[in-house]
Write a protein that binds this ligand. Structure first.
Ligand SMILES: O=c1[nH]cnc2c1ncn2[C@H]1C[C@H](O)[C@@H](COP(=O)(O)OP(=O)(O)O)O1
Length: 205
């Protein structure tokens, strides 16, 4: 979906039945714990490993004709992540952005939902019992929001993985907008991941 444009929700919903709606969500929670006794974890941010080895966010196409996008997304989360998601619901008032691409006619909606750490842990604990676990979704991944002393380990190395669709851009934009991580320290125009993804950008500005 290269060359997509940012649109607001009302405009997206007025596009008509020829358009399909993709919804994904980044679940995250403040995490005050320390890693190895010296690395502050800051936030727990969840992504998932897909069946094809790519990293992405939970979600999929949702039916926008018979219910709201958020209801469709919440049902999808139940199938992909299991009963742990019944402790909350994603709402249109949460962090959200929408991008429309004309060929094919798809609108991609990306949400971020802030949870309490216990809720996030509940999602992780329940995921192995979800309907799609082990088939489409191989497991939940925690995004490392730190850099190791070598300057490579942690988030910079994580960003070199393979990501599906616009997941790489969505992750970075959300980390930046929600001020979960200071990206300037890990992302330079020289990095492989930056060059790789900016060439296939969804222009998520
Ligand atoms: O996390 C994501 N962020 C952005 N785009 C994504 C993400 N995960 C998948 N995708 C893209 C890839 C495909 O173009 C569509 C649909 O993927 P999926 O939900 O796997 O749909 P199917 O069941 O395969 O139709 O979204």
């Amino acid at each position: 979906m290269a060359g997509s444009r940012k649109i607001d929700l009302a405009e997206a919903m007025a596009l008509g039945p020829g358009w399909r709606h993709l919804c994904f969500v980044m679940l995250y929670a403040p995490d005050p714990r320390m890693f190895f006794g010296c690395i502050l974890l800051r936030f727990a941010v969840l992504m998932q490993m897909q069946f094809d080895g790519c990293l992405g966010f939970p979600g999929s196409f949702v039916d926008s004709q018979n219910s709201t996008l958020e209801n469709g997304l919440n049902r999808e989360l139940l199938a992909k992540l299991g009963e742990g998601v019944s402790a909350f619901s994603v709402e249109c008032t949460d962090y959200r952005s929408s991008h429309a691409g004309d060929n094919p006619h798809i609108v991609a909606h990306f949400y971020a939902k802030r949870l309490m750490l216990e809720q996030l842990e509940g999602v992780k604990a329940g995921a192995p019992r979800a309907q799609d676990h082990g088939l489409e979704v191989l497991g939940l991944i925690r995004v490392p929001l730190y850099t190791l002393r070598d300057g490579v380990g942690g988030l910079p190395a994580f960003l070199e993985n393979s990501f599906i669709g616009a997941a790489w851009e969505q992750l970075l934009k959300a980390l930046q907008d929600l001020e979960l991580f200071e990206l300037g320290s890990v992302l330079s125009f020289e990095t492989h991941s930056y060059r790789q993804h900016s060439a296939n950008s969804w222009n998520l500005k």
